[in-house]
Design a protein around this ligand. Structure first.
Ligand code: FE2
Length: 289
C-alpha cells in the first residue's frame, strides 16, 4: 500500500477575509505530528503557503513556512500556488524550499505521482484576471500521459476538472480564476491515460470530488479557511491510500472521504452525446426533403 499525505493552502500570514492565516504555523505543527503517526511515504504541499502582502514580507513568510516543514520527517514535495507567485518568482520559492519546482515524476513503486507544476501566476489584465499556462507546460504533460505505464496521481495547485463553483465564497463570482483557460485542452491530454489516474488539487478552498472521463478529481480544503466551518478554521489535510482500491480521507473540522476501484479510473467514458434538440431538428429537416 502506498500512502501520500496532502496539505493545501496553508496561507500563513495575517488573518484576511475568511482565512485564519495566523493559525497557519501552529496547524502545520499539528500536521507534522499527524505525519509522524500515520507514516505516509511522502507529503505533498499543494501550494499557497502564504497570504501575500509584498515581496519583502512574502519572502519572510515563505521562510517561516519552510522552517516549519522541517518538522516533517518524510520527503516533502512542494507546488507553488498563485499567492506564492504574486510577489515572488519560482526561483525565490526554490531557493527558500531547497528544491527544484519544475515538473516532476515521483516513483513510489506500484504507483507514481506527477507533480504538474504548471504556472500559477495570476495575470491581472485590464478587463479580467487569468491564469495562463507557460510555454511547454501542456506539452510536458501530454508527453507523460501518452507514455504512462503505471497508476498515477496528478497533483496540481489549480483544479483540472473545471467544476461548478456555485456557493464557493471566492469563486462563485470569479469562476474563471478557479481553473486554467486551457482546461479543455488539459482534459483532452489527461484522458489519453490508459492506466488508473486520480487528480488532486488545492486552490478552491473546499472539499470536493468530481469525475471527468472516469477520472476522480479531488480538491482539498485549505488548512486555515473558515467559510465551510464558520467561525473556526477547517484544519484540513488529506491522506490518499493507493492500492487496488483508492481511498481518500480528508481530516479536520469537515471530515470527507471516498473509495473508488482503481481499475475503474482507467476506463475512459465516451464522447458525450450531441445536443438532443439540434439532432432532432436536423433529422426532421432531412425527413422533409
Ligand atoms: Fe489559496
Amino acid at each position: 500500500m502506498t500512502r501520500i499525505a496532502f496539505i493545501a493552502d496553508i496561507h500563513h500570514g495575517r488573518d484576511v477575509m475568511t482565512k485564519k492565516s495566523s493559525l497557519g504555523l501552529p496547524l502545520l505543527a499539528r500536521f507534522a505530528d499527524f505525519v509522524r503517526q500515520e507514516r505516509p511515504d511522502i507529503v505533498i504541499d499543494l501550494g499557497d503557503r502564504i497570504s501575500d502582502e509584498n515581496r519583502e514580507r512574502d519572502l519572510l513568510l515563505e521562510r517561516q513556512v519552510a522552517e516549519a516543514f522541517k518538522a516533517i520527517d518524510v520527503p516533502v514535495f512542494h507546488l507553488n500556488g498563485n499567492h506564492d507567485r504574486d510577489f515572488l518568482e519560482v526561483a525565490d520559492n526554490e531557493q527558500i524550499l531547497g528544491q527544484s519546482l519544475g515538473h516532476q515524476i515521483v516513483d513510489l513503486g506500484e504507483w507514481q505521482v506527477i507533480l504538474w507544476r504548471a504556472d500559477t501566476h495570476i495575470h491581472r489584465l485590464e478587463t479580467h484576471s487569468t491564469f495562463r499556462l507557460a510555454d511547454g507546460d501542456l506539452e510536458w504533460l501530454a508527453a507523460q500521459m501518452k507514455a504512462l505505464l503505471k497508476p498515477t496521481v496528478i497533483a496540481t495547485h489549480v483544479p483540472l476538472s473545471g467544476q461548478s463553483q456555485t456557493s464557493n465564497y471566492y469563486f462563485e463570482n470569479n469562476p474563471h480564476i478557479a481553473r486554467y483557460p486551457e482546461t479543455a485542452e488539459i482534459q483532452a491530454v489527461v484522458r489519453a491515460a490508459k492506466v488508473p489516474v486520480i487528480c488532486i488539487s488545492g486552490h478552491v478552498h473546499w472539499n470536493t470530488l468530481t469525475f471527468v472521463d472516469g477520472i476522480p478529481h479531488v480538491t482539498l480544503q485549505s488548512l486555515t479557511e473558515t467559510f465551510t466551518t464558520m467561525p473556526e478554521a477547517a484544519e484540513a489535510w488529506g491522506v490518499l491510500d493507493l492500492g487496488d482500491m483508492v481511498r481518500w480521507s480528508a481530516f479536520g473540522r469537515q471530515r470527507f472521504g471516498f473509495e473508488v476501484d482503481a481499475a475503474s479510473t482507467a476506463q475512459r467514458w465516451p464522447q458525450p452525446h450531441g445536443n438532443f434538440h439540434e439532432m432532432r431538428r436536423k433529422a426532421m429537416a432531412a425527413a422533409a426533403l
